[in-house]
Design a protein around this ligand. Structure first.
Ligand code: C2E
Ligand code: MG
Ligand code: MG
Length: 582
C-alpha cells in the first residue's frame, strides 16, 4: 500500500517533523472523515479506513482507479467544470456530492478537495475529504427552518408544534409538571379573507402572529397550525389560572384593531384550553380537547376562552374576576377614597396588661364581592405582583394614621406592618420606609415590620441584607406565624430580629393538645435564650392567657382583648384603655 504520509507531503507533514510519521499515519487512518488521495493523474493512491467503510470497497479494490467509479451519476457537466476550474485556480474545491456504495445505494457527502503541489509548483496529489453533511450545517439549518416554520408568519408550523409538544409533555411527565395547550381561532377571519382578498388576509395573519408572540414569554411556544388556527403551549404552569391569565392577555392584546391597506379590521380570538395531565396525557388528546373547548368558546359568543373542563371555567372565572377587581381597586386608590382600609388589633404586654402596640391589618371592601378576606386577596396580590403597590400603600397609610393617632394624643404605641416576600426582595422597601417615616415626621421606633417565617427563609442573602439595613435604621423586626415554616432557631439567630410571633394554630389548642403546649413552651424558652421577645397570636380565652403568662410569653394579641378595629374605634379603645390604667 502507498504510504499516504509520503504521498501527501503536506505543509503539516513538513512542519511537523517533530511528529513521528507513525502519528500522522494513525491520525489519517483513524480519522472519522473518509479520506481519499489521488495522484496527479487523479488515480487513487490511498484511501483510509473510514473511506473503505463508506464506499464498501476494500483498499486494494480502490488503488489505481479513477474516483469517478464512485459517483452515483456523472457529475453534472457544469458542476464538474466548476470543480476543475476551482482546483486549478484556487487549489481547492468543496461541494455536495452523491456517491454510490459498492452495494448500489447512494449516499451524500460534503466533499472538500485540496491540491498538493511540489516545490516547483507541480501538482503532486489531490486529497479528498468526505465529511457528513454537517459541513453544510448552514444549509441544513436553512432546510430545517423551512421544514419547521410557516413561511407567512415565521412561526413554527404544525410539524414543529407536534414535535415540541411531545417533547414538552415528556418533560412534564418526568418532572410532574402541568402544561396548558391553547387553541386559538380567529373569529372573523374567513369573512375578511373572502371579502378583502388574500393579501389582506395574509397581512392580518402576520400581525396576529406578532401580537400572539408578544403575549407570552419567550419560553412558551406559539405556532400556526392551520389557516387561521394558532396554538400556544405553556410548558410550565403553576396552576390552571396561569393559562386563564395568558388567555386574557391574548384577548386583550388582540382587541385592538389592525390597519391594513386602509381597512380597519378586527380579529378577536376564540380560545380553547386543555391541560396536561387532567384533560389528557398525550398530544392528540390534548389537541382534540382544546378544539372542543374552542368550539364552546365560539358558542359562548366568541372573543373569549373556555377550559375543556367546565369546572375550571367557574373557578378561573371567579378568580380572574376577583383579580381584575383587585387590580382596578389598586389603580383607583386616591387620598380621598379607596376600597382598602386598615384595621388595628392591640398587642398587650402580658405582665402589665398594657397596650404597647397595634398590628395594622389590611381590609378590602369591594362593591361586587363585599368584604374579601385578606387570606384570599393577599394571596392573589402576591401571585400577580399586585402586592408591590398594595404593600407600598399599606406602609404609607399606616404612617399617615400613626401621625393622626399622635394628633389624638396617643403616644408610645408601636404599629406593626405586615410585609410580604416580594416587598423584601427590593431595595426600594428601604427608601419607601425611610420616605414614609420622614413624610409624617415619625421615628423608626413608631413602626415594626412583620415578615412571615417562610419569607425570611426565602432568598436568604438579599432578605438578610435588606433586613440588616432596616434594623440598622432602628426599625423593629418580627417573624410572623412562627412555627408554621421550617426555620430553625439556629438560623433565626443570624437574622436581625427582635420578636417572634407564635402562630395562632399553636395557641389555639395550647391547653388540650400536649404537642402544641410543648411547642409553645420550647419556642418561648429558646426564643428567650436568643434574646427575642415572644408575642402570642390568636389569644381568645382567659385560660390561654394564663397558660402563656405562666410560660413567660411577653406579649399577647387576640380576640380576648379585641378584634381588629377601624381607625376611629381604635382611637376610642386606646383612650378608654389609657383612662382605665392606674
Ligand atoms: P397575620 O399577620 O398573622 O394576622 C393575624 C390574623 O389573625 C389576622 O387575620 C387577625 O384578624 C387574626 N386574628 C387575630 N386575633 C385572632 C383571634 O383571637 N382568633 C382568630 N381566630 N383570629 C385572630 P386577618 O386580618 O384576616 O389577616 C390574615 C393575614 O393576612 C395576616 O395574618 C397577614 O398574613 C395577612 N395580611 C393582613 N394585612 C396585611 C398587609 O397589610 N400586608 C400583608 N403582606 N399581609 C397582610
Ligand atoms: Mg401579622
Ligand atoms: Mg400571624
Amino acid at each position: 500500500m502507498a504510504d499516504p504520509v509520503a504521498a501527501a507531503s503536506t505543509p503539516l507533514a513538513q512542519e511537523g517533523k517533530a511528529l513521528s510519521r507513525a502519528v500522522l499515519l494513525r491520525a489519517y487512518e483513524q480519522s472519522h472523515d473518509a479520506i481519499l488521495i489521488t495522484d496527479r493523474d487523479n488515480l487513487i493512491v490511498a484511501a483510509n479506513g473510514a473511506f473503505c467503510q463508506l464506499s464498501g470497497y476494500s483498499h486494494d479494490e480502490l488503488i489505481g482507479k479513477d474516483p469517478r467509479i464512485l459517483a452515483s451519476q456523472d457529475l453534472a457537466a457544469e458542476l464538474h467544470a466548476n470543480m476543475w476550474n476551482s482546483l486549478t485556480t484556487e487549489d481547492f474545491w468543496e461541494g455536495e456530492v452523491w456517491n454510490k456504495h459498492k452495494n448500489g445505494e447512494s449516499y451524500t457527502r460534503w466533499l472538500k478537495i485540496a491540491v498538493l503541489r511540489n516545490a516547483d509548483g507541480q501538482i503532486e496529489n489531490y486529497v479528498a475529504n468526505f465529511s457528513d453533511m454537517e459541513a453544510s450545517k448552514e444549509f441544513a439549518d436553512q432546510l430545517a427552518y423551512l421544514a419547521y416554520h410557516d413561511p407567512l408568519t415565521n412561526l413554527p408550523n404544525r410539524l414543529a408544534f407536534e414535535s415540541q409538544l411531545a417533547q414538552a409533555l415528556r418533560g412534564c411527565e418526568r418532572d410532574n409538571r402541568q402544561l396548558a395547550l391553547m387553541l386559538i381561532d380567529l373569529d372573523n377571519f374567513k369573512n375578511i379573507n373572502d371579502t378583502l382578498g388574500h393579501h389582506v388576509g395574509d397581512e392580518l395573519l402576520q400581525k396576529v402572529a406578532l401580537r400572539l408572540r408578544e403575549s407570552v414569554r419567550s419560553s412558551d411556544l406559539v405556532a400556526r397550525i392551520g389557516g387561521d388556527e394558532f396554538v400556544i403551549v405553556l410548558p410550565e404552569i403553576e396552576s390552571p389560572l396561569t393559562a386563564a391569565r395568558v388567555a386574557n392577555k391574548v384577548q386583550h392584546n388582540m382587541a385592538d384593531s389592525y390597519r391594513i391597506s386602509d381597512h380597519v379590521l378586527y380579529a378577536t380570538p376564540s380560545i380553547g384550553i386543555s391541560l396536561f395531565p387532567i384533560d389528557g396525557g398525550d398530544a392528540s388528546t390534548l389537541l382534540r380537547n382544546a378544539d372542543t373547548a374552542m368550539y364552546h368558546a365560539k358558542d359562548a359568543g366568541r372573543n373569549n376562552h373556555q377550559f375543556y373542563t367546565a369546572r375550571m371555567n367557574e373557578a378561573a372565572g371567579e378568580r380572574l374576576h376577583l383579580e381584575n377587581e383587585l387590580r382596578q381597586a389598586i389603580s383607583a386608590i386616591s387620598p380621598s377614597s379607596s376600597e382598602f382600609s386598615l384595621h388595628f388589633q392591640p398587642q398587650v404586654q402580658t405582665a402589665s396588661g398594657r397596650v404597647l402596640g397595634l398590628e395594622a391589618l389590611l381590609r378590602w371592601n369591594n362593591p361586587t364581592f363585599g368584604l374579601v378576606s385578606p387570606m384570599r386577596f393577599i394571596a392573589i396580590a402576591e401571585e400577580t405582583g399586585l402586592i408591590q403597590p398594595l404593600g407600598d400603600w399599606v406602609i404609607w397609610e399606616t404612617c399617615r394614621q400613626i401621625r393622626q393617632m399622635k394628633q389624638h394624643g396617643i403616644e408610645g404605641i408601636r404599629i406593626a406592618i405586615n410585609i410580604s416576600a416580594q416587598q423584601l426582595r427590593h431595595e426600594n422597601l428601604l427608601l419607601l420606609v425611610r420616605g414614609a417615616l420622614a413624610c409624617y415626621d415619625l421615628q423608626p421606633e413608631d413602626i415594626e415590620l412583620e415578615v412571615t417565617e417562610s419569607t425570611a427563609m426565602q432568598n436568604p442573602e438579599t432578605t438578610l441584607s435588606i433586613l440588616d439595613q432596616l434594623s440598622a435604621m432602628g426599625v423593629m423586626l418580627a417573624i410572623d406565624d412562627f412555627g408554621t415554616g421550617y426555620s430553625s432557631l439556629a438560623y433565626l439567630k443570624h437574622l436581625p430580629i427582635q420578636r417572634l410571633k407564635l402562630d395562632r394554630s399553636f395557641v389555639k389548642d395550647i391547653e388540650t393538645d400536649a404537642n402544641d403546649a410543648a411547642i409553645c413552651t420550647a419556642t418561648i424558652a429558646l426564643g428567650h435564650s436568643l434574646g427575642l421577645e415572644l408575642v402570642a397570636e390568636g389569644v381568645e380565652t382567659e385560660a390561654q392567657r394564663a397558660f402563656l403568662a405562666r410560660l413567660g410569653c411577653d406579649m399577647l394579641q387576640g380576640y380576648l382583648y379585641s378584634k381588629p378595629m377601624p381607625f376611629e374605634e381604635t382611637i376610642a379603645y386606646l383612650k378608654a384603655h389609657r383612662a382605665a390604667q392606674p
